[in-house]
Design a protein around this ligand. Sequence first.
Ligand SMILES: Cc1cc2nc3c(=O)[nH]c(=O)nc-3n(C[C@H](O)[C@H](O)[C@H](O)COP(=O)(O)O)c2cc1C
Length: 183
Amino acid sequence: MRTLVVLAHPDLAASRVNAALAEAARPVDGVTLHDLYAAYPDLLVDVEREQRLLLEHDRIVLQFPFYWYSAPPLLKKWLDEVFLRGFAYGSNGTSLRGKALRVATTAGASEEVYRPDGFNRFTVTELLRPFDATANITGMAYEEPFVVHGTHGLDDAALAAHQERYRAALAAGMPRERDLALA
Ligand SMILES: Cc1cc2nc3c(=O)[nH]c(=O)nc-3n(C[C@H](O)[C@H](O)[C@H](O)COP(=O)(O)O)c2cc1C
């Protein structure tokens, strides 16, 4: 399985958590780490390049810090410009069908705050429903979001545990030796 991690952090140099997750992802077999803000500092997305990258991978992971209950703006622009009718949806838009889509996000607030009876009223998974709907219309299989809560209070040991959890999540779904032998 080839996994494309589309990383969208507007200031990766100042990032602690996403930078650590990206470092955990980079060496995983089959993973391509694609830093959107580094690729497009002028925010001008190369649509053909992005569509080619999507075609070359089986699973797409959208990794970003949770900003205003959503993703940073370049990821939205990337979706608007790359997931075109005739490519991602519509009667001839079948290029993403059968691939997997997963969100990996980091939220400043703790999990308790993201509960029906908590301050933010909704879980992060609920707030990520637009990505679930995007997977649906494009025929992608939506995987359970990978969420790191409480980034503001995360100590080094907890961060290391999340790195390991992320590495394992990305490594999962790699072809087993038996599948390789049968290929
Ligand atoms: C513009 C902005 C908006 C944010 N919005 C939220 C939010 O809606 N919910 C939340 O839990 N944290 C929010 N945060 C906190 C970030 O999610 C948190 O700082 C980030 O996940 C930490 O990851 P990093 O170390 O990779 O930057 C926001 C931060 C910024 C700068």
